[in-house]
Write a protein that binds this ligand. Sequence first.
Ligand code: APR
Length: 228
Amino acid sequence: MKRKLVVLTGAGISAESGLKTFRDADGLWEGYDVMEVATPEAWNRNPELVQRFYNERRKQVLQAKPNEAHLALAALQNDFDVEIITQNIDDLHERAGSEKVTHLHGVITYAQSSKNADLIYPIDGEEIKMDEVCELGSPLRPHVVWFGEAVPMMEVAAKICRKADVFVLIGSSLAVYPAAGLVHYVSNQIPKFIIDPKIPDLDGLNHLTKIQKNATEGVRDLIKYLKI
Ligand code: APR
């Protein structure tokens, strides 16, 4: 049976595909304070702004391509039972060919009902229009988890982390909970790695083998460590 390789990814893995991280540059997300665009309050205050913002992000995601790191993780499925847990709302892991991808913060290529988060719909094209509604008649919003909202996939993700035989963290500052807490579900007995050009200074990461590199180069090193 193949060993279970669990990979927790953040914005850093998509940086080399041209998608910006959240906390690297000026503390803004594409010019906006996240609280202005990524909270239920922001949606209630100004749904047009929030919709337009995510329509723009969706266009960027659709134009971006998986990079060598996404592709190498997909190729590792030949040798490992690879489970990706991602905080990213892009679909680059799927497009690279990864078959088991758990999205903690939703996926921007889907819409959801603004009344019932369980009602999820594919988006036809790049935009959600303001007059599009769910089957309950409520406006459609992006299928993303905003600050202050529940993270329904946390339990599933925690279960996956508990079963890991090898664990890898790539490109996340681990600044956002509950996702950041996932590292604590991983056994102390297994090999663990972190790939990041700027390794976050956090106690929970002391026992991880540090690969202080960009994702694409770092994944090449990881494969050497895994000796396959
Ligand atoms: N390769 C690997 N890592 C990189 C690269 C790269 N080329 N470039 C930057 N990084 C690293 C940074 O050093 C940083 O540690 O990626 C990390 C990005 O951290 P954040 O911007 O905080 O992104 P993330 O951890 O994914 O944010 C978590 O915050 O706003 C929310 O919901 C949003 O899912 C997101 C969550």
